[in-house]
Each structure stands twice: as C-alpha cells, then as structure tokens.
Design a protein around this ligand. Structure first.
Ligand code: 4AD
Ligand code: MG
Length: 475
C-alpha cells in the first residue's frame, strides 16, 4: 500500500506493510531517515538496518535524495514521532550530491532562498507557505460556489487600457528592430497579431461586470499584471486577483460580502492548516526576537487570524478618516512622510497603517473623493465623492479595493469625458448601461496580500512560488 506522509500520520495503520516515496530530509547514525513528501510539514522516520543494506545504496542516502522505502509501520519508542517504518526494502530513486545541494539542514536566509526559488519549496517554511496558499485558493472557490457565484474566466490579453489601474505590459509580435510605422512615425499596430495594440490585463473587472449583468453573481480569480516600477514588499508585477461582481448589490452589500468572505477564508485556513500555521507562528516569533520591542506584533499569528475572523471590521468614511489623520500625533509632529493637510488628499500606506492601529481592527474606508478614484465608481449625491471602498488589514495596509459601479449611462459618459477615456474603446462596457442596467458592485482582493497576512511573512516575494518584480523574471 503506497501512502503519503500525511496518510501515514493521520491513519497510523500500525502493523501493516506500507510503501512511501519522498525525499531525504536528514539521515542520522546510518540508521534513521526523516522522509518528507510535501503532503504535510511533518516527516516520517524510516529505520534501516544498515548491516542489511548494500554499501553503495547506503552512500547514496543523503539530504535531498529521492527514495522509496517499504516496510512495516510500528509504534515508535523514539522521541518526536508516534510511528516509524521498519524498512525491509529501500531504493534510491534519485541521488543528490551532498557537496552541491544548497539546502543543508540549517537555517537559510529568506534572501538566499529567493535566489534558489527552484528548490526553496523543499524547506519547511516554503512548504508551509505553499500549502497555506493552496488552502486559501481552495477556500475562495468553495466560498463563492456555496453562495451561487459563477467562476468567470476573463481575458488575460486585453485590447483596452481604460481601467487606469496601472502601467501595462505590451503584447506584440511585431519585429522590434524594424516595426511597421504609420505616417506620423508611430508604430502601426494594425499590422500586429490582433490588428490593434494589446496589453496584459491589470484587472478582470470590466469583463466581470458584463458577466454579472447576465449571471447575477460572478467572480474571477486569475493573474493580473502591472508594470509599475514599485519595488516594495507589497507589490508584484504579476499577481493573482479575486474579483467578485454582483448585480443588484449596493456598496453596503459589497462591504458585507467582502467582510464575510475574508473571515470565511481565514477561518478555513485556521481549521485546515493547523500544523503549517503553528510552524509559521514559531518562525515569526523567532524572527521578531531580533526586532526592537515596539516593532513586534502584539499578537501571535494564529491569535491575529482568529481576531480578524471573530471581530467586526470598522467602517469609516474617507471624510472621517481624514479628520482622524489630520489631528493625529504623527501628522501634528510631522512624522508622516506625506502630511495630511486637506480633504481630497490621497492616502498613503503610512496613513492606512495608522488607521488600522487607531481602530485596532481591519478598517473599511468608503466614500472617497471622486478625483482620486477610477471613472467607473458610482457618484454620490454630493457629486464630490464616489461609492468606493478599500479594506485595510493589520500589517498589510490595502488588501481590497472595490466600489459600487456607476450604472447611469449619462453620468458614466460624463465621467469618461472627464477622464479622457475614448467612448469607442469602451462601447461594449457602455452597452450594459443601455440594455437593462442595474445597481451593481464588486471588489478586487490581491491574493498574495491575503497570503502575506495569513502566513505572517513580511515580503510578497515569499508568498508566490516564482515572483515577478522589476529586474527579476528568473525561473
Ligand atoms: O485597488 P485595485 O487596483 O483595484 C482594482 O484593480 C479593481 N478593478 C478591483 C475591482 O473592483 N474589481 O487592486 C485590487 C487589489 C489591491 O487592493 C491589492 O490588494 C492588490 O489588488 N494589488 C496588488 N497586489 C500585489 N501587487 C500589486 N502590484 C498590486 N496592485 C494591486
Ligand atoms: Mg486600490
């Protein structure tokens, strides 16, 4: 019977003969092999009788090697494990040269591991992160499916640059050295593959809205791309975004949905990733020991996740937030890099972090000035603010951005003119406002920011298998 490490440790079929394939984590005293197969953070101990193992096989058993063992599962007398495999047959499937293998059984820095991202998933830390990431993704689909949302696949290559969410990556097969030119000297994209200029999408929202106008409740969950040169611990050039879009829902419904959804996926992960979260929590405590007391998180990882799952998010209008910020200590003492002087200012991450600390809870900010938000957001009666919402999380800042959408054809047209957006380019988007328009809302959750929060990691490059950032597209 071939079992995974997870099966062995949960079923504990003591007395049966089992087979296990995995990689050697450690090999001690020519006798004890800790085998990992990634199914769980734990390893299974295999005990060999070295007198009965051929000398050349023994030599090949080293950290990183792929092996197959067969033997009886017994209760273990040793410390640290309940069961162990008494090996009767061992095969080295793939050797690993111990002199060259970069992952030694010791602590490696996250920076070093980023350079060997092709191997880092074999470490406890990255194995745990990837399993938590999977669990969160699974919970996302589970949540929406149970609420009668349909998973809509929106295009990755887009012909419009209307969203304005960020700089785009161009998609072209034209000859770079000698592109066809128009009379005015600019590149003639009508000669390109799609016969127009195309880019990688920054968001699936505009197409998701089309889906919501037919299926009522949809969500996207796909890769999005932004070519901003923002080399921060919160930005990737390629990241995954979850974007629900709901017909007949206003901004309050949107906030309710976002809050319920976030609590659900966090709770799901607390329930299903107990071992990994326990490990990540210890890792974080260790890491924080080297920080000054004031920079340490007041809650342990699982406590922080439970807190978010159990408590109401604070809903605060932009206007209220500006008052709080303007009168705050760091603003008065000029500690903020960007001082808040008047209503209309865009909020920076330092302000978002302050607000989360001030309320000691996740914060939903709503009703932002129209001038600092996208054209498609529903204009309020005051004609100054729009029905936007951003959700701010402890230690992360903005994790969700969304809004009620402008459903009135004439108002939307006016906004597009103000923002200098070509009507022809978005004729299909405007059409939904002509044929059965209705109140509707949605939001975008940056998946990696959620994984950052759930794992307690500090850098977004460490929560995606192969990060894409300015100057880095390795692997
Ligand atoms: O606030 P954003 O730009 O909103 C939109 O794109 C809307 N179209 C969403 C919608 O209403 N359907 O991005 C949404 C979220 C942000 O709150 C953030 O969590 C994440 O996407 N995000 C990034 N994550 C990683 N790297 C980047 N460069 C990101 N830019 C945005
Ligand atoms: Mg945003």
């Amino acid at each position: 019977m071939t079992l995974s490490v997870k099966d062995i440790l949960s079923q504990k079929p003591i007395g049966t003969t089992i087979e296990l394939k995995g990689w050697v984590r450690t090999f001690r005293s020519n006798r004890f092999i800790a085998i990992s197969d990634g199914s769980t953070i734990k390893t299974v101990q295999a005990v060999i009788d070295f007198e009965n193992v051929a000398e050349e096989t023994l030599k090949k058993i080293s950290t990183g090697a792929a092996i197959q063992v067969k033997g009886d599962l017994l209760s273990s007398l040793g410390k640290g494990q309940d069961v162990e495999i008494q090996v009767t047959e061992i095969t080295v499937l793939g050797e690993s040269n111990p002199e060259e293998y970069p992952l030694q059984p010791k602590k490696h820095s996250l920076e070093f591991l980023r350079e060997i991202a092709h191997l880092r998933m074999r470490t406890n830390t990255f194995g745990a992160i990837m399993r938590v990431r999977h669990s969160l993704a699974f919970a996302v689909h589970h949540y929406f499916n149970s609420k009668q949302f349909f998973y809509l696949h929106t295009p990755i290559i887009t012909g419009s640059d209307a969203e304005g969410a960020g700089e785009m990556f161009n998609v072209s097969i034209l000859d770079k050295k000698n592109p066809p030119l128009k009379d005015d000297g600019s590149i003639d994209y009508s000669k390109d593959f799609f016969e127009k200029e195309t880019n990688l999408t920054v968001s699936g929202q505009l197409e998701a809205e089309l889906g919501a106008m037919a299926l009522s409740k949809v969500y996207t969950f796909g890769p999005t791309f932004r070519a901003e040169n923002s080399n921060t611990s919160r930005h990737l050039a390629e990241f995954w975004m979850i974007e629900p879009e709901v017909a007949f829902a206003d901004l309050n419904d949107n906030m309710d949905l976002a809050e319920d959804f976030l609590k659900y996926v966090i709770r799901y992960t607390l329930e299903h990733c107990a071992d990994d979260l326990e490990f990540l929590e210890k890792r974080l405590l260790d890491e924080e020991k080297s920080k000054p007391e004031k920079d340490r998180s007041p809650q342990a990882l699982r406590e922080k996740l439970q807190f978010v799952a159990d408590n109401n998010f604070r809903r605060v209008s932009y206007t209220e937030a500006i008052d709080i910020l303007r009168n705050s200590k760091p603003n008065k003492k000029k500690k903020f890099k960007y001082l808040i002087e008047e209503w209309g200012a865009d909020l920076q991450s330092e302000h978002e972090k302050f607000l989360v600390q001030h309320f000691n809870a996740p914060v939903i900010l709503f009703d932002y000035p129209a001038t600092i938000k996208a054209f498609y957001m529903r204009l309020n009666e005051d004609e100054k603010t729009v029905r936007a919402m951003d959700i701010l999380f402890p230690g992360i800042g903005e994790i969700v951005g969304g809004s009620q959408r402008e459903e009135r054809h004439d108002v939307l047209l006016g906004k597009m003119n103000d923002f200098d957006i070509d009507q022809k380019e978005l004729q299909w988007y405007l059409d939904t406002r002509k044929f059965g328009t209705c109140v509707h809302s949605g939001f975008g959750l940056g998946f990696e920011r959620l994984v950052l929060f759930a794992t307690g990691m500090g850098n977004i490059r460490d929560v995606i298998p192969f990060p894409r950032t300015p100057g880095n597209a390795e692997f």
